[in-house]
Ligand binder design. Structure first.
Ligand code: SF4
Length: 198
């Protein structure tokens, strides 16, 4: 295991306080997402454009540790299977990149359309799909559309405000505190496959 992750995991008490704070942020996100989804009548039920095929990168240690926390709740057999899938995705990604081909591989946590660690999934997986906005001081508001499935099913409906700004801000502050608390200077940019393959 990555020595930084090992170091963090050795401070159990401190880590669990951060995990609790992350859960509070996730709860707020899920609540707001649900409100917007209910307004549109948009519910993910698996689709051809499955977003779990998208190569999402995650940038926070705090979310990385939360995925590991979830992973550790699984039985040994499931863990071994997921790790094997993750390794395969990691290797295939490297091969595709080397050949200059697009990478579209299913996340190793996806089982028949469902996330094996749904309650532990990272922020981007929680927020994906619904049209949203982002407010960066000194710049024009950034408006982004929903996913392809959303646009075909609910694209006609009038936009309801779904502002991601506070979630990004809170996540960035938590990560900053987390890195200070565990004396981490490096940055990360990892897929779920990469997190679980090591
Ligand atoms: S973590 Fe879960 S929701 Fe996110 S891409 Fe993987 S399977 Fe999909």
């Amino acid at each position: 295991m990555n020595p930084v992750i090992e170091k963090i995991r050795s401070c159990e008490e401190k880590l669990s306080l951060f995990m609790e704070r992350l859960e509070v942020i996730y709860k707020k996100m899920d609540g707001k997402y649900k409100e917007a989804a209910n307004y549109y009548g948009f519910f993910c039920g698996g689709c051809e454009e499955n977003c779990c095929f998208t190569r999402f990168y995650h940038h926070t240690f705090v979310e990385y540790l939360y995925i590991i926390k979830g992973f550790n709740t699984l039985g040994q057999g499931n863990q071994a299977e997921i790790r094997e899938k993750a390794l395969l995705v990691w290797r295939q990604t490297a091969e595709l990149e080397k050949s200059g081909l697009p990478v579209r591989l299913l996340c190793p946590l996806n089982y028949e359309g469902l996330c094996a660690l749904y309650s532990y999934r990272p922020m981007i997986c929680r927020l994906h799909g619904i049209p949203h906005e982002l407010i960066i001081p000194g710049r024009e508001k950034i408006l982004s559309p929903g996913c392809k499935e959303f646009m075909s099913r609910c694209g006609e409906k009038e936009y309801v405000i779904f502002d991601r700004t506070s979630f990004y801000t809170e996540m960035a502050s938590l990560e900053k505190e987390f890195k200070a608390a565990f004396v981490i200077s490096e940055r990360i940019k990892l897929t779920v496959a990469r997190m679980l393959a090591s």
